[in-house]
Write a protein that binds this ligand. Sequence first.
Ligand code: AMP
Length: 427
Amino acid sequence: MKKIKFQKPTGMHDILPEDQRYFEKIYSVCEKIVNFYGFKKIDTPVLESTDLYQKGTGMSTDIVQKQMFGLKTKGGDDLSLRPEFTPGVARAYLEHGMHSLPQPIKLYSTGPLFRYERPQAGRYRQFHQFNLEIFGDTSPAIDAQIIQIFYSILEELKIKKIAIEVNSIGDNQCRPYYKKLLVSYFRSKSSSLCTDCKRRLKENPLRVLDCKEEKCHAIISQAPQTINHLCADCHAHFKYVLEFLDEIQLPYRLNPHLVRGLDYYTKTVFEIVSESTEEEKAKGSLAGGGRYDLLIKLLGGEETPASGGALGIERVKSLLSPKEAKPSSYFNPSIFLAQLGSSAKIKSLKLLEEFRKNKIQVAESLGRDSLKAQFKIADKMKVKYTLLLGQKEVLEESIIVRDMKTGKQETIKFDKVVKEMKKKLKK
Ligand code: AMP
């Protein structure tokens, strides 16, 4: 075979027709559940100003430092493909004055995200998320509710062996002191840390805690833990989150090393992970998020509490059983329209449109001329009726209806066919 010249970009993937049902299933379960909880959909542009992510996501994060796909427009604007939803949604919240509406504002988004990652199993450069944000609510119950929603989505999709990990990373009051403790601890061990952690120690010391390198693990396990150094407010908040989780009987565990990669998190952080196989564990979390009470102010708004999270669609898809993702019911016709000859083909186009307007699905194979080939397709599709339009029928303004089960055929008037088929399908 001749070698094809173009291939999809590294780390990106096509979602083929046979895979669409998995995505449809995941989105439909997500939307059904968040509609119940009063979330409204928001779509923001795939491109935002690079500044927004530098400020919102944070200059010291891996995302901004290494993973952004940026471009300069012809007009000289510096834009980036979104690596995550939150800064864009927060920008829209401010830009459209949603802060002056009754709070909280509950928003959800779906769509592609872009991160220049090292391609590996479960890690793409273009991937999809289902994202939630709640603005204007300080309550720890909100943090628990977000965790509960993602857990319920995974449960409803029958994803087995999942675990919730939670932690609190404090706020502006207590984090600076904790950071100091952490830096002094890691400095004393810095010669044994990996190169990335040596850099993180200078720029974003909390990130050392979630390093996946073997050589850093032993050092991290002895590091001071945030929850032992929370201020009274953060401590009380976290205690309530755990009480809420207990109350709704969610199986969670504390992970003192969970910090998540972004600068804007405060207080609660969480991840939902799969523990089905070692391979799945290695891919990383299925969902993650937390509270980010400082972001809106950072972007120029009033101090506004917020909490949110995102579910990775590709990661969930890889665990979804084919049984759970039934083929799309969008196109499941009971009628096949077979035609013979050019005038019949022309009439078929018009007839198909007539069926569409009457909301009756009809399959066809207008590109084929042989009747035998068309009948073969109709058989394969297991339709109830095949309509046959040949030269003779066109001249006589009629059409043949074949009952595929009994093999019985009848000729009916062409202009009555839609009405007749409607009746037959109702029986
Ligand atoms: P994050 O925005 O990093 O908190 O990620 C939220 C979720 O998105 C994760 O739990 C993953 O399921 C998914 N995710 C993040 N990065 C990738 C990626 N590069 N490829 C596929 N899924 C991802």
